[in-house]
Design a binder for this molecule. Structure first.
Ligand SMILES: [Zn+2]
Length: 472
């Protein structure tokens, strides 16, 4: 049995229309800055709920914001709705079955993420109005979390100025406060230009851009030994210069993702990789141009807000999954690769259990797991304002991230319960922040101390626009 509360009862009263919103977004999977229908669904829901709506934030057509209330503290609730390429998948089945061959799919659960956040914002808005409380709530509908760093652009455009705190969540295998560090991450394209020539008849006249790409990659692979162990560098050759081996490649390009645990370290690492590219160009007598793609900062923790969110989750209790949810989760787990389930337990520092298809608890605050080091554009919001996130149990424990199995569970009854649950934890936490001045003061002080130790520099260079239409 879950505890009750006025704001939670209000959320239960609206659960149907928001689970429908989640399912509608699940059914129109759109990737990286192309989320036209998903953003429109969110915009329409904001309008229907009486928010003051602004579309096209920071020059991004698929970013939308709704604001409500007046005076008092300003609380941001962050939502997302972008999907992933290549993950088209039927719902509710336990085998790989595409809906559209080669199509997109919600392999990170952002359909649930956005709907739950909008539900939380709606409940908070209604609660403040009904009780005559001062305060404003803003729902940020953020596109392109997967590789497009939309929130970093929103932060750079000043859209979080004046916000007191930001609250969000992410679907997960276990319910816990998200206290996992994330990596600062820059994506850069390196485009080399050389000179074409007949590779047999006049090789001495050619200057190979593909050689430059290969030498750059070799150089970076030697650099790996001399970076901190939490840094990550990976690359994909996005232009090999053509398919003809008998033509010296005049053009070639490689995309790099350069990550480190701290923003400042990442910025240094980016310069080192650029120097290697310059060296490769010098060796091959080619020219290199750097083309910025996107960047995000690491997440800043905020213990006062994390403790508040944890307390609200404990007060609510775990996600109320039922036997039918557990039975479906158990069946889909049969398709997992060996190690997926053990890895999930390792991440949260719990001994492996094979008889627990869905999480039935709230993990302890200090669980000592081995974090999974990914990156998120929530990172930049956390440098702008004190930020806190819930991980809400939404699918079978061990479900791999960005997998067809996650898409298949995306509109199951368990996913609906999870999104209502997440909305309740976020709304209650946001209400506490809005009404507890001491909590806000402590959150602000913690945030200020972290920024004093390491000031924020936007990882996106001046003048760079969001990579709308450029993400392949
Ligand atoms: Zn995600």
């Amino acid at each position: 049995m879950q505890n009750s509360d006025a704001i939670w009862d209000a959320i239960d009263g609206k659960r149907v229309r928001f689970t429908e919103l989640s399912d509608a977004v699940w059914g129109t999977p759109e990737i990286c800055y192309t989320e036209v229908r998903s953003a429109e669904a969110h915009r329409a829901a904001l309008e229907a709920e009486g928010f003051r709506v602004t579309s096209g934030l920071a020059g991004i057509p698929t970013a939308v914001m709704g604001e409500a209330g007046s005076g008092g503290p300003l609380i941001a609730i962050l939502g997302e709705y972008d999907a992933l390429p290549g993950l088209s998948q039927e719902a509710g089945v336990t085998e790989r079955r595409e809906v559209v061959a080669g199509g997109h799919g919600h392999g990170c659960g952002h359909n649930m993420l956005g709907a739950a956040s909008l539900l939380a914002a709606t409940a908070l808005k209604d609660h403040l109005a009904k009780n005559g409380l001062a305060g404003r709530v803003r729902y940020y509908g953020c596109p392109a979390e997967e590789g497009g760093a939309a929130k970093t652009f929103l932060v750079r455009a000043g859209l979080f100025d004046g916000v007191d705190a930001a609250v969000s969540w992410h679907p997960a295998g276990f319910t816990e406060v998200n206290r996992t560090p994330s990596l600062a991450n820059t994506r850069l394209d390196f485009r080399f230009t050389g000179r074409a020539a007949h590779a047999a008849a006049a090789p001495h006249l050619g200057r190979s851009a593909l050689d430059a790409v290969e030498l750059m990659n070799v150089g970076v692979n030697y650099m790996r030994e001399h970076m901190t162990s939490d840094a990550r560098v990976h690359y994909a050759i996005i232009d090999a210069g053509g398919v003809a081996p008998n033509v010296v490649q005049a053009k070639a390009a490689v995309r790099y993702s350069i990550r480190a645990l701290e923003l400042a370290d990442m910025l240094v690492l980016v310069e080192r990789v650029k120097n290697i590219a310059r060296g490769a160009a010098l060796m091959t007598e080619t020219a290199v141009a750097f083309e910025f793609v996107s960047a995000v900062s690491n997440l800043l923790a905020n213990p006062p807000l994390e403790e508040a969110l944890h307390a609200e989750a404990l007060r609510l209790g775990p996600v109320p999954f039922d036997d039918a949810d557990r039975a479906f989760a158990a069946r889909i787990r049969e398709s997992f690769a060996e190690g997926d389930i053990a890895n999930a337990y390792r991440r949260v520092g719990k001994p492996l259990r094979t008889d627990e298809p869905l999480c039935s608890e709230i993990l302890s605050f200090e669980h000592g797991g081995i974090p999974m080091l990914g990156s998120t554009d929530v990172g930049d919001v956390s440098w702008a304002v004190p930020t806190v996130q819930l991980n809400g149990a939404s699918y079978a424990i061990g479900t791999p991230d960005h997998s067809w199995q996650l898409v298949a569970q995306g509109k199951a009854p368990a996913a609906h319960k999870a999104l209502v649950y997440a909305a309740k934890v976020m709304a209650a936490t946001a209400l506490r922040i809005a009404t507890d001045e001491d909590l806000r003061r402590r959150a602000r002080a913690d945030h200020a101390a972290r920024l004093a130790a390491s000031p924020y520099v936007s990882p996106i260079p001046d003048g760079v626009a969001p990579p709308i239409g450029r993400m392949g």
